[in-house]
Design a binder for this molecule. Sequence first.
Ligand code: ADE
Ligand code: ZN
Length: 323
Amino acid sequence: MPKVELHMHLEGAAPPAFIRGLAREKNIDISGIFDADGGYVFRNFDHFLSVYEAACQPLTGPEEFRRLTLAVLEESASHGVIYTESFISPDFCGGGDLAAWRDYLAAMQDAAREAEAKFGITMKGIVTCIRHFGPEQAKTAAHCAAETAGEFITGFGMGGAEMMHRPGDFAYSFDMAREAGLRLTCHAGEWGGPDMVADTIRDLKVERIGHGINCIKDLALVDQIAEAGVVLEVCPGSNVVLRAVDGWAQHPIAQLRERGVKVTVSTDDPPFFKTTMTDEFDMLAKTFGWEEDVLMELNHAAVDAAFCDTATKDNIRAKLEAA
Ligand code: ADE
Ligand code: ZN
């Protein structure tokens, strides 16, 4: 089955063997982030964020990001993904320097073109700032995003430690990105409560929310989200592994969908959570009895909410219909 994904972090999709190989080439010791089987290992969300940042250390230049992009897109395509939006971060690509960022971006776009030709997968980039690096550093990321907005960079967002700072602290950055024509999304309600989701929608004027699952604790807010057509980028496998929910059976995605919220499904950081888009669809089918029609509805919701031009959407829809 073809699949459409809206929420995947490029560095978070780096296969552990790829990162280990680069670390060896560069003599960087990050052996502590791997378990005996060679997978990433972490205790909780905060530890996950620090393991994630350590895994980024060997990604030192545009060539590393070109190889990473190609490897990640090949892996996604092998699971039927035909369109993917990937979070990419100026903080990990030149430390916020605009000229450096342009070089990294050219390398990633080059790899995306190669992957489209070879594996039939289309990628768009969402520039992301990192919440725990603070509002000032976010402005630098937003500036990089605004200066490179276009056919490849179509969105701006924010990930990182959700309980640090308030959404409104990042309004300047999101305003700058919006004024440059970028579409907006932000992680919220993965760890924060309904108030965090509501403040994010109000103060950052985003049209999509990364995760957003904790809005379920306030049904009036759920109805408001459904009414406003704000789309949730739900990553159930990530939520289960990081223990944002107690288990697949307790995940609120089915309840949110039944109440009329536009939900989509993504992997977030697939090798960290030992998941793939195939696994996500399989677990949804198994847990909630969702058959192919519901899974295809998730795909269509993702295309509708995608941050890309109409020609690209038409092309993706034609591929979904041909399946
Ligand atoms: N960055 C990568 N994965 C993330 C997640 N699940 N939450 C917040 N920031 C992230
Ligand atoms: Zn995420």
